[in-house]
Design a protein around this ligand. Sequence first.
Ligand SMILES: CC(C)(COP(=O)(O)OP(=O)(O)OC[C@H]1O[C@@H](n2cnc3c(N)ncnc32)[C@H](O)[C@@H]1OP(=O)(O)O)[C@@H](O)C(=O)NCCC(=O)NCCS
Length: 210
Amino acid sequence: MSDDSVDPINLNGYSRKLEKLLRVDQVKFFVRDATHWSELPQKWELANRYNLRKINRESGADFIVTYGNNYNNVISGFSMRQLPACCGICLLTNNHVTYKFTNKGVATLLGKMQKDLAIWCGYTTLLCTGIAHNISQKKALRRNGWRDLWRFLNSRSGNYVDISVLDLDPKRKSYSLLGKPSQAMKVSCKDTLLAKFIKFFFAPLFKFSR
Ligand SMILES: CC(C)(COP(=O)(O)OP(=O)(O)OC[C@H]1O[C@@H](n2cnc3c(N)ncnc32)[C@H](O)[C@@H]1OP(=O)(O)O)[C@@H](O)C(=O)NCCC(=O)NCCS
């Protein structure tokens, strides 16, 4: 995709698709500095090839997708930013779809757009976290090729949280350093059985030799 393009990731195409999907008109994409999270709506700018570059900052960019002629008609929102200290990773957060538009494929479609955006900005990997039992998020992520990397029990929230990644450039041959959980389980079971076997048969010998 060319940097000089007026609509570098075909936002117009995504607008038309969302209009058709949700049967609404005038779908638009707005961007603002993520640091302005708590400020008033006038900070939002219509997305263009200049402000989309905010994604390349660690402070990042917030997005809203609206319809009709009103900022309050929000279909979805999300934030994208560079992971501090690693310019190859784009962090995707605050992904949400307005309740009345959920389960219609919005997150799945916008997931493709987020991928296009991250690639256009020059990233190699997209990263996000999510609660492990958030089925709709999982489905939308998996449909777009995301892979779960790690699950942990968050000591602050008590939730199981998954860290997931999306490879943006398969030619670079990125890969997981983690073994399959089933393999790890098998190894630890084998170790335990072997330890029991040795203890059972050889422990008496040690007793006699004393
Ligand atoms: C997670 C979220 C962004 C998904 O958005 P969405 O537009 O509804 O997602 P999609 O429609 O693309 O895909 C959701 C899929 O999950 C399915 N689904 C939803 N609830 C389900 C359930 N309880 N069991 C099984 N499948 C379920 C939907 O049917 C849909 O699949 P389908 O297309 O095969 O019917 C949205 O639900 C949301 O905003 N949730 C609150 C915020 C949040 O959790 N954000 C993510 C963490 S930052």
